[in-house]
Design a binder for this molecule. Structure first.
Ligand code: NDP
Ligand code: MG
Length: 402
């Protein structure tokens, strides 16, 4: 494999920092040509110096502050001054995404990832996609913009499915089986979920991830988003995408073929392999992570999902089937509810209840799902409606402005 140029969007987050670890661990395989983050200037500056990155993009702050942070980071490690191009502002991630890198890893959180996703595809880069939200809200747009094999999933379940699909042909696939940890509240009834706290929701049993996805893992909204993601990535209808709860998260997902054979992908519950495959697909890098240890006695469990306690997946199937702007509404309402939950304004069970109400209120014919403006208008509508439903009027106007 020759050296690939890589742009890392969301470089300061959980996915982004692990992507840079993979890059560092494989000298000569990758050259980082752009970094993008939200507001963590100090960390992105250190990363820029370490990887000698020529383009640094931040959503907030000022160009001068970023330059000063890069100079300080260079001085701190005794490196000569480094002078990257610096872009600051709402569109900064999109500028970085459009830089023409061989691979753009989108590790931004939330629906703000849509325009960077489209920019990367438009520039002809391979899109290593962790930001599932952009695919879910912009499904038809993203699919129309992507040539075959241009999107490589980084989400571990979808990476597992992509790897398992190498075991057969598309017409031989009968079902996809997406595994779910069940989150920190697995086994609880709906009544037992009413009083759980944000701290408890952030205590994911296996993974250390950003706040939104960790909360989504507790509500199972993440699994709902992943079912829609699987449908869009692999063109399998919703009634042939199953979810099974597998608390140990050693099996990352499976593909059942029409002869009755099931191929699964296994590994420790970490993101390094899916991230590395996102950067190097279809090649595998060496020694990215340790394999399962078969010298240890261990038991792996599987349980059906409790749709009554965790209705998020059932609701996601409905919005996925409805298509259009419904998935965008599901996602945007969730993003508002996650913030409100962490701000102490609502209860845990209010999150999915509110998404359900906002989805029920949505008139799918109002916005055009085949244009970016239409999708983003539906996203804004859902944020406003979620905030109104929750009685958070001020948050509605903040979100509307953003
Ligand atoms: P984090 O919250 O850890 O990181 C989010 C990143 O996005 C940070 O680098 C943040 O920068 C950056 N960011 C925020 N706003 C902007 C903006 N306007 N422009 C550019 N960058 C911005 O999230 P995760 O890494 O956990 O998740 C990232 C994505 O990957 C999500 O879509 C998630 O669903 C998906 N994913 C994550 C997994 C995981 O293990 N973490 C597993 C599978 C999927 P700053 O630090 O400056 O705020
Ligand atoms: Mg996942």
């Amino acid at each position: 494999m020759s050296t690939r140029t890589v742009a890392v969007l969301g470089s300061t987050g959980s996915i982004g920092t692990q992507a840079l670890e993979v890059v560092s661990a494989h000298p000569g395989r990758f050259r980082v040509v752009a970094l993008s983050a939200g507001s963590n200037t100090a960390l992105v500056a250190r990363q820029a110096v370490e990887h000698q990155v020529p383009l640094v993009a931040l959503a907030t702050g000022s160009v001068e502050d970023v330059r000063a942070a890069v100079a300080a980071a260079a001085a701190q490690v005794g490196r000569p001054d480094h002078h990257p191009e610096v872009v600051v502002g709402d569109d900064a991630a999109t500028v970085a995404a459009a830089c023409g890198a061989d691979v753009v890893l989108n590790g931004v959180t939330g629906s703000i990832g849509l325009e960077p996703t489209l920019a990367a595809l438009g520039a002809g880069s391979v899109l290593a996609l962790a930001n599932k939200e952009s695919l879910i809200i912009g499904g038809p747009l993203v699919k129309a913009a992507a040539r075959p094999d241009q999107v490589v999933p980084v989400d571990s379940e979808h990476s597992a499915i992509a790897q398992s699909l190498r075991g057969g042909r598309a017409f031989e696939v009968r079902r996809l089986v997406v595994t779910a940890s069940g989150g920190p509240f697995r086994g609880r009834s709906r009544a037992e979920l009413a009083d759980v706290t944000p701290e408890q929701a952030l205590a994911h049993p296996n993974f250390a991830m950003g706040r939104v996805i960790t909360t989504n893992s507790a509500t199972l909204v993440n699994k709902g988003l992943e079912v829609i993601e699987a449908h869009l990535l692999f063109d399998v209808p919703f009634d042939r995408i199953d979810v099974v709860v597998h608390p140990q998260q050693q099996i990352h997902s499976m593909v059942e073929f029409h002869d009755g054979s099931t191929i699964a992908q296994l590994g420790p519950p970490r993101m390094l392999v899916p991230i590395a495959l996102g950067l190097s697909w279809p090649d595998r890098l060496e020694d990215v992570d340790v394999p399962c240890d078969w010298s240890l006695a261990q038991s792996w469990e599987f349980h059906p999902l409790d749709d009554d306690a965790f209705p998020a997946v059932r609701l996601a199937r409905q919005v996925g089937e409805a298509g259009g702007t419904f998935p965008a509404v599901y996602n945007a309402a969730n993003e508002v509810c996650v913030d409100a939950f962490h701000d102490g304004d609502i209860r845990f069970t209010d999150i999915v209840d509110t998404i359900e109400r906002v989805v029920a209120d949505h008139d799918g014919s109002e916005h055009d799902a085949s244009s970016v403006d239409g999708v983003l208008a539906a996203d804004r509508w859902a944020r406003r409606r979620a905030a109104e439903t929750l009685g958070l009027a001020s948050s509605a106007s903040t979100q509307e402005a953003s």
